[in-house]
Design a binder for this molecule. Sequence first.
Ligand SMILES: O=P(O)(O)OC[C@H]1O[C@](O)(CO)[C@@H](O)[C@@H]1O
Length: 243
Amino acid sequence: MKIIKVRDYEAMSKKAAVIVSSQINMKNDCVLGLATGDTPLGMYKELIKMYKEEIIDFKEVTTFNLDEYYGISGENEQSYKYYMDKNFFNHINIKPENTHIPNGMAEDIEEEARRYDSLIQGMGDIDLQILGIGRNGHIGFNEPDVKFEACTHLVDLDDETIEANSRFFDDIEDVPKKAISMGIKNIMHADKIILIASGIEKADVIKETIEGSISPNVPASVLQLHPNTIFILDEAAASKLNI
Ligand SMILES: O=P(O)(O)OC[C@H]1O[C@](O)(CO)[C@@H](O)[C@@H]1O
């Protein structure tokens, strides 16, 4: 586990983008695991800039997103499919057929989870996984009390997550109560993981994740067991660490 402390959100975004771009330049047909939420937005902007400056090329890159709300279609502005197209995919030369997001509208959600897992495995797992972190320690939508051995599955969202995500919806009642998410097992199979966090509201959970015991109550704490994880933290998010 490596910890990189940077000054602020902008520096965190740039650092993460540099690592992603090195991965692409090292292996142009690499497989990236991608995250949503506010935290990666700056990194996506940096990557788009690098693409426009011809520093990176996404032509052969494949991506798998961590999660999608259950019962929401890709055309819905709140869906993670919509978020990814709007904030990233529409601005780069990635092939649409190489971008994968779980289908939250699938009739048979267990079958969809199996399909997603076998697609990931078929690509030989993820080369570089990007993660944000929820205030309750979730990664993807793996909420506290998660089973570390789970692959992609349907998740009941925590009240805290529903509350945190209500900022993106007109009414808290509109926030889906379930999501389909890659499991901890998919995440832990990635060759390399970058977790990015910014802001004082993440400081407690970052401390628990890095310095606390490994526990399903703090799903991100499992990353202590991953041999190649980098935490990129701004000063505020790192402010409660003992380092
Ligand atoms: O980056 P944010 O907006 O703080 O979100 C943190 C986490 O919460 C989620 O948005 C889901 O609630 C994740 O996708 C993300 O990693």
